[in-house]
Design a protein around this ligand. Sequence first.
Ligand code: NAD
Length: 301
Amino acid sequence: MKKAIGFIGLGNMGLPMSKNLVDSGFEVFGVDRNQEAVAKFHQAGGKIGQSIVETTKRCELFFTSLPSSQIVEEIYLGKDGLLENSRPGMIFIDTSTVAPETNRKLEAAAKERGVGFLAAPVSGGVIGAVNRTLTFMVGGSRQAYEIALPIIKELGQNIFHVSEDIDSGTKAKLINNLLIGFYTAGVSEALLLAKQSNLDLEQLFDMLSVSYGQSRIYERNYKSFIAQDDYEPGFALKLLNKDLGFALDLAGESQLDLPVSQFLYSVYEAVEKSGLGEKDMSVLYKKLQEQTNTTFEKRGS
Ligand code: NAD
């Protein structure tokens, strides 16, 4: 029998990832505050983790997939959290995208407890989580990485150990998501212009897919969301916005001024504030279509 694995956060990413571990023959205990998510996981053959305290007694290795730095810190550092209930030798892998500072805090606390901790954000979206094709950008101890690698390989196709600096994978991931922010905005405005110019969006997609205008985000946002006029996530716009904020904070730490990125952030922030944060990031297209004359505030002003 393979070792039992704990999985905290059974959302858009965590649910397919945890299901894949079940399908690979692991005994997986899932925890989520949303009972609907827990029920879906249970239906797929997962075991219900009654609480973090109870689940840490059963499992030696944990994955987390959570929506914010604050929640990740609560789950790891809080009373009745993962680290308080850990035993030396356990390994924790956080696949959430969080602030680099959160990675550093968690690593320091994990060291004190004698447990391994990897900050391992992922890219590739829900489809990548379902198809086990995720890219993992892992920061942290090489030793913990070597132990976790065979299990991470069950979830992803391209696994990179960026460096032993705990926040190195996160920094790479934030740069990835900064580009996603640009591509999503570019696709939204370009397709809006195409539509206003009476171009057939399907034909345009076929042409640009073999031209330099092609991108994986164009394919994703157009085919799965804009062409379907369906904006259920996916990758919630508020999560992209969180990552753009972290990327700008990272730039700020290095006294780097990124004026175009700042403006981009203000665009997404305005869309989130208008109530569309829970929708897929591609909803920017829809929002711009409805509200072409919006003036967006600059970040921080
Ligand atoms: P999500 O909101 O769909 O899932 C998060 C899950 O965590 C939810 O089921 C929620 O109920 C659960 N949760 C929240 N607080 C909890 C708590 N205190 N205890 C237990 N469970 C709790 O988010 P997602 O899209 O799955 O993203 C998860 C992480 O992965 C985020 O950090 C995101 O930035 C990152 N990510 C997402 C995508 C994507 O395409 N969706 C791609 C790459 C990375």
